[in-house]
Design a protein around this ligand. Structure first.
Ligand SMILES: Nc1nc2c(ncn2[C@@H]2O[C@H](COP(=O)(O)OP(=O)(O)OP(=O)(O)O)[C@@H](O)[C@H]2O)c(=O)[nH]1
Ligand SMILES: [Mg+2]
Length: 320
């Protein structure tokens, strides 16, 4: 490493994109440097509007995100986009998504184009969600606002990732396929705003009606998720979509529910870190842990007591 995290952080705050990229790599890698970056970033976080965008594969998330970014940039935002793809080991959706975006990013005024980063699975499901949350925090701390996180909605990691957003946009396209898939993955109930994308195709009105019916079944005391029809490829409806996203943030602020949302997530994130560390203790056991497991195997002590002993003897700051 050529530069220290603190120095990188300063450069990143000044708009140095390579420095931001380096910081994100450190967070992704984890370990002591990752922890240090998290520590430096932490006091400066909380200012950004974090917007999650999810939905079935190919529904048009990247195209939508790209258009939303343009809307945010037009309002003076310093936009960052994070594409999280748990299904892909470095190729596929996220990368394709980037290609879609690059075309439109060319249209942004010099120096205003969004900062874009893709994160793919490293074969470690809990790790990806944590790395993504860590990355959002770094992007926030170095001054990006809003931060738009795209993730394919097919599983638990995705739910965890979008759950970390202040505002969640769930995208579906005409035809029940996407909505059913999103419903199975538990995404529909996470939605703060719905986008019925590809509304240039037949069936958009039906998709909207189906979503309305589903919403009618639920309880929405102070925010009923609005449904916006969009054609991302043409940019149609995206301004309205972005307006609803911004109204949702205002709603959170006015009802003081932003802190509550973020508070609930904090507990969850701590739980995840703990979980990761404990997994690490078993996946990469120290001599002491090996010995304790041998003793359990030989019937010398019960597993619960071995677990207790391991927990008690954890040195502070020992990051897996
Ligand atoms: N007809 C039509 N096509 C669209 C629209 N939005 C996106 N597309 C097309 O749908 C395809 C997928 O778009 P993406 O934006 O890459 O979709 P995605 O949801 O990000 O895909 P993954 O990240 O792979 O899950 C591309 O060929 C887009 O051009 C739309 O509103 N109407
Ligand atoms: Mg995409």
């Amino acid at each position: 490493m050529t530069r220290e995290p603190a120095e990188l952080f300063k450069a990143a705050c000044g708009g140095d994109r390579r420095a931001t990229g380096r910081l994100l790599s450190l967070v992704e890698r984890g370990g002591a440097d990752g922890d240090l970056v998290a520590q430096i970033a932490w006091p400066k976080t909380g200012g950004a509007h974090v917007v999650g965008v999810t939905g079935a594969p190919g529904v048009g998330k990247s195209t939508l995100v790209d258009r939303m970014a343009a809307a945010a940039i037009a309002e003076g935002g310093r936009v960052a986009i994070l594409a999280v793809d748990p299904s892909s080991p470095l190729t596929g959706g996220a990368i394709l998504g980037d290609r879609v975006r690059m075309n439109s990013a060319l249209g942004a005024p010099a120096g205003k184009s969004p900062f874009i980063r893709s994160m793919a699975s490293r074969g470690q499901s809990g790790g990806l969600a944590l790395a993504a949350l860590g990355a959002v925090r770094v992007l926030d701390a170095v001054g990006h606002d809003p931060i738009i996180v795209e993730t394919v909605g097919t599983g638990q990691v995705e739910v965890d990732v979008v759950n970390a957003a202040d505002t969640v946009v769930v995208a579906v396209s005409p035809g029940w396929g996407d909505a059913v898939q999103a419903n199975k993955a538990g995404l529909l109930e996470l939605a703060d705003v719905f986008a019925v994308n590809k509304s240039d195709r037949p069936g958009a009105a039906d998709a909207r009606r189906d979503l309305e019916l589903m919403l009618d079944l639920g309880d929405h005391p102070d925010w009923r998720p609005p449904i916006v029809e969009t054609t991302a490829t043409a940019g149609e409806g995206v301004e309205a979509l972005w307006k609803h996203v911004c109204s949702h943030r205002l709603h959170l602020l006015e009802t003081h529910s932003l802190e509550a949302r973020r508070g609930g997530r904090a507990a969850e994130e701590v739980r995840r870190h703990l979980h990761n560390r404990i997994d690490g203790l078993i996946a990469r056991p120290s001599e002491q842990v090996r010995q304790l497991i041998r003793e359990v195997t030989e019937g010398l002590r019960p597993p619960s007591e071995a677990a207790q002993t391991i927990l008690r003897s954890q040195p502070p700051g020992d990051s897996p």
